[in-house]
Design a protein. Structure first.
Length: 103
């Protein structure tokens, strides 16, 4: 008997809850919390912007509407990834890590 090719993996990433302190992601079978204190560029995001998240590679997530890339490991262990952020003069919102310049 020959097996058929498996279909696309439907386990992905999903925002499961949002609170005033942060939001929870279901990443395959792992639930992760992103506190706004550690990830400030999400604090002023709309629900729609938060919900539109992709998982293009196993080690990072991407929010296209916000142009924010986040390493999965930085969610699991934020203490290992010091927050380096600049505030945008135009919107007074933190600039995504993808646009941060280091001194």
């Amino acid at each position: 008997m020959k097996s058929t090719t498996l279909g696309k993996n439907i386990s992905g990433v999903e925002v499961t809850n949002i609170s005033k302190h942060g939001f929870w992601l279901l990443l395959a079978d792992e639930e992760l919390f992103l506190p706004f204190k550690e990830f400030p560029w999400f604090k002023e995001a709309s629900v729609e912007e938060l919900l539109h998240v992709t998982w293009p590679q196993p080690h990072h997530l991407y929010w296209p509407d916000l142009d924010v890339d986040v390493a999965v490991e930085s969610i699991r262990h934020p203490e290992k990834f010091p927050l380096v952020s600049k505030v945008s003069r135009r919107s007074n919102r933190p600039v995504p890590r993808s646009r941060i310049t280091r001194a």
